[in-house]
Design a protein around this ligand. Structure first.
Ligand SMILES: Cc1cc2nc3c(=O)[nH]c(=O)nc-3n(C[C@H](O)[C@H](O)[C@H](O)COP(=O)(O)OP(=O)(O)OC[C@H]3O[C@@H](n4cnc5c(N)ncnc54)[C@H](O)[C@@H]3O)c2cc1C
Length: 422
């Protein structure tokens, strides 16, 4: 597929940014190689629904080869990129070195535990399918074990679920978890005393959903309270040993489950790339999304530190999607001898759902809440999912849950994923 005369573009990562960039290059006079350590594109915004038994893992993952099978100038390789030799222009991978003329780094992010080793060891992040299935197993196992536990203190600890981080992922996880227990599991466990169940959302600052206007933050807070989620502000976790969560000031919350939704950083590849790093170990790029010392390397999405209005852009999907379009266009422009186009992020708005019939949204100057915002959230997420089958399956799951107060995926599965050594 790779001809000797055509330039070779290598893209690392088939997430939102990498996939989009590959598609944008479909008509380029170049050969494109897309690398990812897994063979599927993952729709991360619905990971919390996998963790709370709302949708199946397969409903939010789609094979990269299937998505791109019609793209003639593209080759996909499933392998992990381990580094880059900028002098020789080689991407180093577990399957050997891959030469490039132009490189797009789109490796995304990873959970940032801010150096809290005990939390990383005993808590649950929410960044990939393994995290989500592991968390689902934990939640369901804790309820099973609690039903057989005669000691009330131990039982309450098993039924206490602490979510850390009041951003969209924390809010959505806490709301979904509360509904899983209150609306669904109570039917499976007639002996479950709902008063013994605690879902606690801890936020280090004084606000939920920092990017939302104050009015929507208040609505979010009150909606969570109505769903029996305890929200604690100015609460900073310092330790979690698997049996109790310790907060700054030495307050202790007995709990067996801690969900960490309090931080992200660029994926480890960024740190091993040898390129200059900015905040959250993201690779610093210029206005054209190029690494300043290596203009043949572009970085997009969660892996890029790009400043606009004096602040780095947030690590969200629209930033990755829009960056992909500009990076691909700039590579095409270089190939055609055209001037480069600077990246200017246009904020399409932010949304967060708090559960059934409840969401908040801000789009431009408009603010939405309640049922309408929830429908907006559902529609946008279904449309953004890759693949008609996945859209249909997610819609069916949601409709089933909405009308019958049921969730279909409540099996405790052994983690059968073996570590792939590629
Ligand atoms: C739980 C959760 C909820 C979220 N909710 C929202 C939301 O509601 N709205 C929103 O806009 N954003 C949301 N986000 C953020 C959004 O998912 C990210 O901003 C977006 O995925 C970034 O796109 P990306 O292309 O930079 O990286 P990703 O989509 O993360 O893709 C990176 C790809 O690179 C691959 N990769 C990583 N390292 C290597 C390597 N060394 N070698 C080979 N391949 C590698 C990965 O396998 C992955 O496929 C959420 C994220 C999470 C985790």
């Amino acid at each position: 597929m790779e001809s000797k005369t055509r330039p070779h573009v290598v893209i690392i990562g088939a997430g939102f940014g990498g996939l989009n960039a590959a598609q944008e290059l479909h008509a380029a006079e170049a050969d494109v190689t897309l690398i990812d350590k897994r063979n599927y594109h993952l729709f991360q915004p619905l990971l919390y629904q996998v963790a709370t038994a709302g949708v199946q893992p397969g409903d939010i993952a789609y094979p990269v080869r299937t998505i791109l099978r019609k793209q003639k100038n593209l080759d996909f390789r499933m392998t992990r990129a381990t580094g880059v030799d900028v002098d020789k222009r080689l991407v180093l991978t577990r399957a050997g070195d891959i030469p490039y003329d132009y490189l797009i780094v789109a490796v995304g992010g990873s959970t940032n535990f801010f150096g809290l080793d005990s939390v990383a060891a005993n808590g649950f992040g929410l960044k990939d399918i393994e995290d989500a299935v592991g968390l689902r197993n934990q939640i369901l196992s804790m309820v099973e074990r609690a039903m057989q536990e005669p000691d009330p203190d131990l039982r309450r600890a098993m039924l206490t679920f602490v979510v850390v981080g009041g951003g969209p992922t924390g809010v959505e996880s806490a709301g979904a978890l509360s509904e899983l227990v209150r609306l669904v599991l109570v039917k499976d466990y007639p002996r479950l005393n709902i008063k013994e169940v605690r879902i606690i959302l801890l936020e280090a600052s004084a606000h939920l959903l920092a990017a939302m206007p104050e009015r929507l933050q208040d609505i979010t807070y009150h909606t969570l309270l109505a769903k029996m989620v305890e929200v604690r502000f100015c609460a900073t976790v310092t330790d979690f040993d698997g049996e109790k969560v310790t907060l700054r000031g030495d307050e202790v919350i007995p709990a067996r489950t801690l969900i960490w939704a309090a931080g992200v950083q660029a994926a480890s590849f960024a740190a091993t790339s040898g390129l200059a790093l900015g905040s959250m170990r993201r690779i610093i790029v210029n206005q054209f999304l190029q690494v300043p010392e290596h203009p043949e390397i572009f970085v997009i999405g969660d892996a890029a530190h790009f400043e606009q209005d004096g602040r780095p852009l947030p690590m969200i999907a629209p930033v990755a999607n829009q960056g992909a379009v500009i990076a691909a266009q700039n590579i095409r422009n270089i190939l055609q001898g055209q001037p480069l186009r600077p990246f200017l992020y246009k904020d399409p708005g932010i949304l967060a759902t708090i559960g059934r019939n409840a969401a908040v949204a801000k789009m431009g100057n408009m603010e939405f809440q309640g049922f309408f915002a929830w429908i907006l959230w559902l529609g946008i997420h279904v449309l953004r999912l890759v693949g008609f089958r996945n859209r249909l399956m997610v819609l069916l799951n949601w409709a089933w849950e909405y009308f019958f107060y049921e969730r279909g995926v409540r099996a405790i599965m052994p983690n059968i994923e073996k570590q792939i050594k590629s």
